[in-house]
Ligand binder design. Structure first.
Ligand code: GTP
Ligand code: SPV
Ligand code: MN
Length: 581
């Protein structure tokens, strides 16, 4: 065995005995190893070479058409007591779940390679970094883990020194949706995944470790593991403010993290630290600081173009794995709203036929190292992370939620986060466009009872010296014809500027029951096709819609029974009372 850590070699031996792989490969995380993964997948057909003149180092993977998104209904948190997982999670008794998974795993790797992937989440050597080992029979997963995490030798050395790591076992199995489960055992720091090769189901460092298991650990250890991007906004005066923003899946995190300032924002710069996950700790001065546990992006492809997101567009022109996009006659990757080119072969590998649906799958993704991103911040490697000035929650709401508002206090901000609702997207299987409650954008990712989670969030007030201000945004409000009222993307900087000015107490606001809203004159719309009337619609708080919403929130909070913090209910009571005045 390739390690001096007995706990690890014993576990690998035990898994090999159970799954019976033909070979075991210990990943060293080198570039040449990545190239051998690519070569093997080109050979097996798991990867298809794209046009290397136009897209050097880019490949296409077509997943099974049954396996294109996270499967929330098959994702479980298996704590010994069901109430610890909470109504927000599927639950199964740990012994039963383990037995079921062990039955699936028996002999499942026959004829396959078992990859041992030691990885680090967070900057190597950072006190906030955490380590794991994923065992998988998928070369695609090994290649994606290389791009998404700090995988290989240094991670293994650290694991050997400390002896502690999260155990993740994954097999693609038969890719049978009826034999597919994503199981978490937070009390044992273990993950078991079977039957899917897709993103969040299979790259266990990401949602399974860095959110579900990490959020569980963060609660007992006093920190936060959140579904948030981390972005630095540098003003022409050279002052940089860091924001961490939680939006549900496919609701704009990657785009905001890579934003390019509007034309007349001369001298403004935007720095990407993370696009999906933030781990936040209070430092010795009581300031909240964030690190990004990931080292790459697994981003939504459709909608990415030179206008909406030039940074992302540049990032994915080389050394990228595309999953489930279409291809053109020139063998370039193609997706909806790419601007340029025509699809010839759709994401399933069939001749493109518009009658059969979109050319690229709506949840097609790119995998790429963060270092490809022109706006990548060198501070993304800083072991101590960056100080956070504002936390921003958001959702995809065609009605109701205004463009931006600010919470009145930390506790009220926790309520604003707990009250997030958003239209469902293609990132998970199931119906798209249905409004559902998605507190802190963590509905699919919180590894324990939301009631306890909100209490944990509230507890920061006592422990911190200066907490970030909390905001809510909505880029997705629409008019009666279904058009977006706000142009979004790069123009969102105009809203972030108001947020930063509020944090620095440079601008007034209008107090409303739901929080502080901007005075219309304080949202810069210079050069935009946004009329005063549209801006008024964007900032409107409709009392009858909101009273319905407050009743929904009430009902939702009550569904967590005695685990809901009294303080949160009291905050909600204050909002209701303010509307009644
Ligand atoms: P996950 O990776 O699933 O967590 O998604 P995400 O939150 O990073 O979302 P992403 O930035 O990839 O955006 C998802 C979709 O929303 C893409 O199709 C974007 O083009 C679109 N989108 C992003 N930002 C905006 C915006 O400001 N306005 C509008 N109208 N659409 C946006
Ligand atoms: C999400 O769905 O929020 C993602 C993609 O970021 S996945 O890795 O599949 O979870
Ligand atoms: Mn995500």
């Amino acid at each position: 065995m390739n390690t001096r850590l007995k706990a690890l070699s014993d576990w690998v031996a035990e898994v090999a005995k159970l799954t019976q792989p033909e070979r075991i490969h210990w990943c060293d995380g080198s570039e040449s190893e990545y190239q051998t993964f690519v070569a093997e997948m080109l050979e097996s057909g798991d990867l298809i070479e794209l046009n290397q003149d136009n897209y050097p180092g880019c490949y296409l993977h077509r997943s099974d058409p049954n396996d294109v998104a996270r499967v929330e209904h098959l994702t479980y948190v298996c704590t010994s007591r069901q109430e610890d997982a909470g109504p927000n999670n599927n639950w199964m008794a740990p012994a039963q779940a383990k037995q079921m998974m062990l039955d699936f795993y028996a002999g499942c790797m026959k004829g396959r390679t078992l990859y041992v992937i030691p990885y680090c989440m967070g900057p190597l050597g950072s006190p906030f970094a955490r380590y794991g080992v994923e065992l998988t029979d998928s070369t695609y997963v090994a290649a994606n883990m290389y791009l998404m995490t700090r995988m290989g030798k240094p991670a293994l050395e650290h694991i050997e020194q400390t002896g502690s790591f999260i155990k993740g076992l994954h097999s693609v199995g038969e890719l049978d949706p009826d034999r597919r489960f994503i199981m978490h055992f937070p009390e044992e720091l273990t993950i078991m995944s079977y039957g899917s090769g897709y993103g969040g189901n299979a790259l266990l460092g990401k949602k399974c470790h860095a959110l579900r298991i990490a959020s569980y650990q963060a609660r007992t250890e006093g920190w936060l593991a959140e579904h948030m991007l981390i972005v630095g906004i540098e003003s022409p005066e050279g002052e940089t403010s860091y924001l961490a923003c939680a939006f549900p899946s496919a609701c704009g995190k990657t785009n905001l993290a890579m934003l390019i300032p509007p034309e007349h924002y001369k001298g403004w710069k935007v720095w990407t630290l993370g696009d999906d996950i933030a781990w936040m700790h209070l430092d010795d001065e009581g300031q909240l600081r964030a690190v990004n546990p990931e080292a790459g992006y697994f981003g939504v492809v459709p909608g990415t173009n030179r206008k909406t997101n030039p940074n992302a567009f540049d990032t994915i022109t080389h050394d990228t794995i595309f999953t489930n996009v279409a291809v053109t006659a020139d063998n370039d990757p193609w997706w909806e709203d790419k601007d340029g080119g025509e699809p010839v072969i759709d994401w399933r590998g069939r001749p493109f036929d518009a009658k059969k649906g979109p050319a690229a799958h709506p949840n097609s993704r790119f995998t790429v190292t963060a270092k490809n991103n022109p706006s990548y911040s060198s501070l993304a490697e800083a072991p101590e992370g960056v100080p956070i000035s504002a936390l921003v929650f958001g959702g995809r709401r065609r009605e109701l939620a205004p463009l931006v508002y600010q919470a009145k206090s930390w506790a009220h901000g926790v309520l604003v986060g707990a009250s997030v609702a958003s239209e469902t997207t293609a990132a998970a299987t199931g119906k798209v466009g249905v409004v559902r409650r998605d507190p802190m954008a963590m509905k699919p990712f919180c590894g324990y009872n939301f009631g306890d989670y909100w209490q944990h969030w509230l507890s920061f007030e006592e422990r911190a010296a200066k907490l970030p201000e909390i905001f809510h945004v909505n880029w997705f409000r629409r008019d009666a014809d279904g058009n977006f009222l706000w142009p979004g993307f790069g123009e969102n900087l105009r809203v972030l500027k108001w947020i930063i000015d509020r944090c620095e107490q440079r601008v007034d606001a209008v107090e409303q029951p739901i929080g502080y809203l901007p005075k219309p004159a304080d949202i810069d719309v210079e050069g935009l096709d946004v009329s005063p009337d549209t801006l008024a619609q964007l900032l409107a708080v409709d009392v009858s819609q909101w009273s319905e919403e407050l009743a929904h929130i009430d009902e939702y909070l009550q569904s967590f029974g005695s685990r809901v913090p009294e303080q949160l209910l009291a905050e909600h009571g204050k909002v209701k009372a303010a509307f009644a005045d």
